[in-house]
Design a protein around this ligand. Sequence first.
Ligand code: GN1
Ligand code: MG
Length: 366
Amino acid sequence: MDRLTGIAQQFAASKQITAVRAFGNGNINDTFLVTVVDEVEPCFVLQRINTHVFQQPALVMQNMRIFTQHVCDKLQCELDLPDRRWSVPRVLLTIDNRDSWVEPDGSYWRAISFIDGSESIDIIQDIEHGREVGYALGRFHHLISDLDPTQLADTLEGFHITPQYLEDYHRVLPTYTGEIDRQVDYCLKFIQARQEWARVLEDAKSDGKLPLRPIHGDPKVNNVMICTTTQQAIGIIDLDTVKPGLVHYDIGDCLRSGCNPLGEETTEWEQVQFDTQMCRSILAGYLSQASGFLTEYDYEYLFDGIRLIAFELGLRFFTDHLAGNVYFKVKYPTHNLDRALVQFKLTESIEDQETAIRSIIEDLRA
Ligand code: GN1
Ligand code: MG
């Protein structure tokens, strides 16, 4: 039995494992799909948590437990049954009832159920897909809107705190010894021009305008599971970053991912555009579920959230490029630079279409 199969077997009890293969396109953890001989649950997801990023993986698992318990209780009490099933990934236990398996080399493994009959799609397909992605985030926020965020641990300090990413950037920049070509120069100037504004959400939080709530942290398009028969969204996966935050981080992340038809991995960064029609569709799907708990201030800061999270991800990718690719996995040396350029172009396109985006928000809240 090879090492991976041996680890998978810890979560498979006595079921026979027929295959373990790499799965998905995560930038942080290593993910595998394990196939077993079992009619009810023929596969599950096995992951090695990146403990360089998540330094206290036990807290990640604790948050997942609290989240899952809350949502499952709430789903059971729901009176207005929606038009579809909604699935929450389950944490699978080891033979001796633990939620993780630590290898002798210290690597940290856990297993999660696969939402049957569903698929993850990397790039937004069409307006209907957009609406489903927005619906999924809205439903997710609705289900945890009454979960006290102080019950959740902060598993990734500084996550989505843009001014802290700027500090990291300024720390790393003087250590960069690579070439300052046209692309690097574009990024340097792009960041320079937006430093003051980058505090916008954190200032609104300190001023008491935006409250901490439980958030997903990473609701990009491919974390929304789509039912293969109905094409409806039936769940959100990747719960590692469920923790206290601003819903604006999530809405911004969902839109920067969903309204970029070329996708975040395109190398044609100069062609990247923010699709406002898709923005309308995603936001309409979102608000169909979430309008009940959003405040005046929440709406007021929506545009900034959309602009900021695209900028922030560009800044994170660019800083990692300068630092020598120490955080995000890369397939080639300038991968993070290419990713940064995509997010900065997207930010630029969001800025150019500010009036249109603000009027979409106004229309939808009316
Ligand atoms: C990372 O590993 P993945 O793909 O789930 C990152 C997100 C980024 C995303 C960009 C913990 O998520 O914040 O938006 O890459 N996750 C973490 O694709 O940093
Ligand atoms: Mg993730």
